[in-house]
Write a protein that binds this ligand. Structure first.
Ligand code: PTT
Ligand code: SF4
Length: 609
């Protein structure tokens, strides 16, 4: 095989055993890499009903055939596990030097099994793999931890780690990487904490076998040049994802006061233009020539990297009006290792619950209290910190059924920063996203607003699937950053072309879509199995607020989603995917993707159609 190494590195933290297992080209072609590998491993190896924070869960760090190679924005990898927040499939995509280093060490995937009794870290240097004590590192916030690791192992290592939130099993703890990046929104950092694994440190020195090294060198160079020459490149380099904030305000889709509104009266104080005026540095992932980690000096004079999601959720959604204060909240979340989206979600839920008399937590735009509360959550301090560390879904269940009205989640995962009172396509994208309400796979909102915003027609289901194939399928499996394509316009055709130079296999985009559809069917099967067949279409509904509480401000005042029309749109989606009216892949769909064994296992928990 070229491009793939055919090797999974397995480290069992219960027994201390380190093992390398092989896979063949048939497996590689069926699952491609990244997310495809991750879901297949979790399906095969994590027993049904396993406790996500127990030793039976597995923690997967998966590269794909394009990860870590000299081509645009390839410094990415997938981190995955059964999620402690949702109980279903969970993953995230993280920018990290570890993607290149793991491959150079000779492995496509690191699978962490079992759980250690004492804090440890895994050190990988080619064939040398060690489980090292980490008592001296346990408790450290991420910045200090990385510093200590660099002092010991030098700068040329990839580091994947958790902060105190992961150690304390905060249900939305993330995995952090050295470049100031974070991934694994549905609590993958808590899974790492449950294994007492503080960090993975990896260095590799081997060559990655390539089908056509010279061809890749030339094509990679051309692709980098093409990115740099795109018309949108200079605009992107000014604000990165923060460009979106101003647009979301214009189209009444900015999450404001716990998604109650779509416009924020102070948006200009926290948007991309404001960021641009305060920018001091640009950070980013390795192997990228369009780095988007635009950073400012925050309220404490520390460097804070601002992305749209971070600012949307910890800014307008909490009524915060000052970008440097928001920067401090983002930096705290990063250093303590929590997902900013879920954190913003649970804090906004707590603020609204306070307003309504269910809690005594915080007020809107309350910087000092919010800062304290973030620390209380990460350390599970006090009754309130401990409660909020469970995530919006669980807090809402605890406070009572009626609080579901303002709990902004799907399948347990907090909604990312797009208010959908009048975006039915985007609401569908949140509803059917593979990990709960995340925008990553089908950011259909931009297209939706350029076409027929109010339509619930089947063209929206088509577009959601098209984007899922590209983003949630191809990019998550390859595994590279999707921004060169979606943000500056690098043509999709580049990817099969680069893949051919790497693997020697002449794939078309249609071949990619087939793999993507298989991965989607498998992820859905995983959810249904883990929910023991207790599954129906309501799992794919967006938060009730968007149906039941119209916007009260801005040009779209009065707007809300229509439940019956949404149901029709959802049915279109299911039909096009070959799933039944409950949202479960039919037997023939599973068989069509070579997943008869999956169908047989699913039949043990539910009758398939
Ligand atoms: C991603 C989600 C996002 S999506 C953002 S900002 W975005 C938030 N970033 C966080 C952060 O930072 N710190 C923190 N403590 N929590 C955070 N939670 C949020 O996590 C991210 C970029 C971005 S910035 C996006 S859209 C793109 N996402 C990609 C993707 O999903 N796949 C892919 N093939 N390419 C992508 N490129 C872009 O990468 P999750 P990152 Mg990410 C600091 O992690 O779990 O997938 O959730 O990883 O390395 O930080 O890069 O406006
Ligand atoms: Fe990372 Fe941004 Fe570059 Fe993508 S565009 S690889 S998220 S720095």
């Amino acid at each position: 095989m070229k491009g793939w190494l055919g090797k999974f590195l397995r480290v069992n933290l219960s027994t201390g055993e380190v093992k390398v297992t092989d896979y063949d080209e048939e497996f590689a072609k069926k699952w491609l890499g990244g997310r495809g590998f991750a879901v297949k491993i979790l399906w095969d190896e994590v027993p049904k009903g396993a406790d996500p924070l127990g030793s039976e869960n597995k923690l997967i760090f998966a590269t794909g055939p394009l990860s870590g190679l000299p081509l645009p924005s390839s410094g990415k990898m997938v981190v995955a596990a059964k999620s402690p927040l949702t109980g279903g499939y969970g993953d995230g995509n993280i920018g990290t030097k570890a993607s290149e280093q793991l491959k150079k060490a000779g492995y496509d995937v690191l699978i962490v099994e079992g759980a250690s009794e004492k804090p440890v870290y895994i050190y990988i240097e080619d064939d040398k793999v060690e489980i090292k004590p980490a008592d001296h590192l346990w408790g450290l916030p991420v910045d200090d931890l990385e510093q200590k690791i660099i002092e010991k192992h030098g700068k040329n290592v990839g580091i994947l780690s958790i902060g105190p939130a992961g150690e304390n099993l905060v249900k939305f703890a993330v995995v952090r990487s050295m470049e100031g990046r974070a991934g694994g929104r549905p609590g993958i950092g808590a899974v790492m904490g449950s294994k007492k694994l503080k960090a993975v440190v990896v260095r590799g020195t081997k060559d990655i076998p390539l089908a056509n090294p010279e061809g890749l060198k030339a094509a990679g160079k051309d692709a980098y040049t093409s990115v740099r020459n795109k018309e949108l490149y200079p605009t992107w380099m000014r604000q990165g994802t923060m460009l979106i904030l101003e647009w979301c305000q214009e189209v009444s889709s900015l999450p404001t006061y716990n998604f109650r509104e779509g416009v924020f009266e102070y948006s200009k104080q926290v948007d991309g233009n404001k960021l641009e005026s305060m920018k001091v540095k640009t950070l980013g992932c390795p192997l990228c020539n369009m780095r988007c980690g635009h950073s400012i000096k925050d309220k404490n004079d520390d460097l804070s990297e601002l992305d749209y999601e971070n600012v949307g959720m910890l800014g307008p959604n909490l009524g915060m009006q000052d970008l440097s204060e928001i920067g401090t909240l983002v930096r705290l979340a990063d250093d303590l290792g929590m997902d900013t989206i879920c954190l913003g979600g649970v804090l906004a839920f707590a603020a609204e619950s306070t307003e309504k008399g269910y809690l005594n937590a915080l007020k809107w735009n309350d910087f000092e209290r919010t800062k304290e509360l973030i620390k209380e959550i990460a350390y599970r301090e006090g009754e309130l910190g401990n409660l909020l560390a469970e995530g919006t879904v669980n807090v809402s269940k605890k406070l009572g059924e009626e609080t579901r009205k303002w709990a902004m989640y799907v399948k347990g995962l907090d909604t990312s920063a797009y208010n959908c009172h009048l975006n039915p396509g985007m609401a569908l994208a949140f509803g059917v996203s593979e990990i709960g309400a995340h925008h990553k796979s089908s950011w259909v909102i931009y297209w939706e607003l350029q076409t027929n915003r109010e339509s619930y027609g089947e063209e929206k289901a088509d577009k959601v699937i098209e984007l899922q194939r590209i983003r949630g399928g191809m990019f998550e499996c390859l595994t590279t950053c999707r921004f060169p394509w979606i943000e500056v316009g690098l043509e999709l055709d580049w990817y099969p072309r680069l893949l051919k130079e790497v693997t020697g296999i002449d794939w078309t985009l249609d071949d990619m879509w087939e793999i993507a559809d298989r991965v989607y069917a498998m992820i859905r099967a995983f959810w249904v199995r883990e929910f023991d067949g207790k599954w129906d279409r309501t799992m794919d509904y967006p938060p009730p607020r968007w149906f039941e509480e119209p916007l009260t401000q801005g040009p779209l005042k009065g707007a809300h989603l229509d439940k019956d029309k949404y149901d029709q749109l959802l049915s279109y989606y299911y039909q096009k995917r070959g799933w039944d009216e409950r949202g479960i892949p039919t037997k023939s769909t599973l068989e069509q993707f070579g997943l008869k064994d999956v169908a047989d296992e699913l039949e043990k928990v539910i009758t398939l159609q």
